[in-house]
Design a protein around this ligand. Structure first.
Ligand SMILES: [Zn+2]
Length: 484
């Protein structure tokens, strides 16, 4: 692997690679490859962010002119600019005109991406782990895996300090019933098989689970109970089981906001998945302010079921929405890029593209109302569909879309940071900029509270106080999605 990575790095960097800084003999990046070391701008986790605007992830108002001191990779002090001074040996960063945010905690991520053929997916743990970090995601949960050992080993390599990347809560393989949407999924025979699969993958290193479209209620119940016995959580993208049924069975989280709820399909049969057209039509006919969806929201809140917003993937299905930015498309191999651009163009003219476009603002309104009623909304990007939800770029897009949906920037940021950390049980470590927490930070050029597009300019991302030059990672990963 090391040889392959080294060769790939040489190819990426060209015939005359840029000089790499002398590797530190010790310190947090000592185990990184030379390629990864070249991404590091600040290798020593002792920093003072001086005179910055802080949006801390708690949902509170932005604070102007503050300084944030990091010692040994943790937030040591937050104080008024000018009052908080840098002790000896601390690197000072000029924060004027910049905004400091906690690193994103995104809970619907994958290490795979669709192929041009559709319906099949390939895994990119090498590029994706680095790209997620470059896009500001410092903690993530996968929401279903096509290659669980790949995800688990990547999570462990990051945890051991062998490579850069976000902390990873790795789900086991998709828990699926009789119909498979991709050839790499497992088909569970019955409830015993569901429980046995959870037990096996919990022992193999998975730390959470994801149920999928065609599971039966009996299988889901067995999987939830098995996951809970291991002290782990289970989320679902369900179809054969309604949201209300899953809440009653004890599920912890449901994916895709309300956009895949089959609760309102009139012809719904127990344990049977209606067509996606029927589901979309039933949801589009609902009043987002009405009592039907309101009752379901109340059920989820009473059962303490968190909901994950993945507006990024639904945006790709909706006509009249922008393409992924050029910088995101540049990360794809030419065939993947061409396939995405072709399908995006087709979406603009087809009925289903128009139907999703009409539903998109309603889906946003449902998520907003759920939060107003007291529900816990989490954020993820879901790099699936037909492509265009590109790790490294999609996280910031998801936050921008939450703002478009009516949340203030601090609220949207909290959904994408502290809410996720709390759900994952990691809020004492990460999820907000508070004294004692790990220095997982994003430095943004400009003011995203005035215009969330400022998130597109994120020159440095810090994990445990180690600062990464995001442009160097994006440059090195150009054209790699589709390769490795
Ligand atoms: Zn997904």
């Amino acid at each position: 692997m090391k040889t392959l990575a080294a060769v790939a790095a040489m190819l990426l960097l060209g015939a005359a690679p840029a000089p790499v800084p002398a590797p530190a003999a010790d310190g947090p990046t000592a185990k990184f490859s030379a390629v990864d070391k070249a991404f590091v701008a600040y290798p020593q986790p002792d920093l003072l962010f001086e005179d910055v605007q802080l949006v801390d992830g708690t949902g509170g108002a932005p604070k102007a002119h503050v300084s944030v001191l990091v010692r040994g990779g943790r937030i040591a002090a937050i104080g008024a600019a000018g009052k908080l001074k840098a002790p000896a040996g601390v690197t000072v960063l000029d924060g004027r005109g910049k905004t400091l945010l906690p690193g994103f905690v995104m809970v619907h991520e994958h290490f795979f991406y669709p192929t041009p053929q559709g319906g099949q997916y390939n895994e990119y743990p090498y590029s994706f782990s680095r790209l997620y970090l470059a896009g500001g995601t410092t903690t993530l949960r996968t929401a279903g895996s096509m290659a669980p050992y790949g995800d688990i080993n990547t999570a462990r390599a990051v945890a051991r300090g062998e490579q850069p990347g976000p902390d990873i809560d790795a789900t086991g393989p998709y828990l699926e019933g009789p119909v498979l949407l991709a050839a790499k999924m497992a088909r569970l025979a019955d409830a015993t098989d569901a429980a046995r699969t959870v037990d096996f993958w919990a022992a193999a290193g998975a730390t959470s689970f994801k149920a999928y479209n065609y599971l039966s209620r009996e299988q889901l119940k067995a999987a939830i109970d098995a996951a809970h016995r291991h002290g782990m959580k289970l989320t679902g993208h369900l179809c054969s089981i309604t949201y209300a049924e899953a809440a009653g069975l004890g599920i912890d989280n449901l994916e895709h906001g309300f956009a895949v709820a089959t609760d309102f399909v009139k012809s719904k049969q127990p344990d049977k998945c209606p067509s996606s057209g029927e589901t979309l039509a039933s949801l589009s006919a609902l009043d987002p302010e009405g009592p039907e969806i309101g009752a379901l929201m109340r059920t989820l809140i009473d059962c303490k079921v968190a909901l994950t917003s993945t507006l990024t993937v639904f945006e790709t299905f909706s006509a009249g929405r922008p393409q992924a930015p050029e910088a995101a498309r540049a990360l794809l191999t030419p065939p993947l890029r061409a396939a995405y651009e072709r399908t995006w163009a087709a979406v603009q003219g087809i009925e289903v593209g128009k139907a999703y476009a009409a539903f998109f603002p309603r889906a946003m309104r449902m998520e907003k109302r759920f939060v107003e009623m007291g529900g816990t909304l989490l954020a993820g990007t879901d790099p699936t569909g037909y492509g265009g939800v590109v790790p490294g770029w999609a996280g910031r897009r998801q936050v921008q879309l939450l703002v478009e949906g009516g949340f203030t920037f601090p609220q949207a940021l909290r959904i994408a940071t502290l809410n996720g950390a709390r759900y994952l049980g990691r809020e004492r470590e990460v999820g907000s900029v508070e004294v004692g927490k790990r220095a997982d930070l994003i430095l943004v050029e400009g003011d995203p509270t005035r215009d969330p597009r400022a998130l597109d300019s994120m020159p440095f991302v810090f994990k445990a106080g180690i600062g990464y030059r995001t442009a160097a990672i994006f440059e090195a990963m150009k054209g790699t999605i589709g390769l490795f």
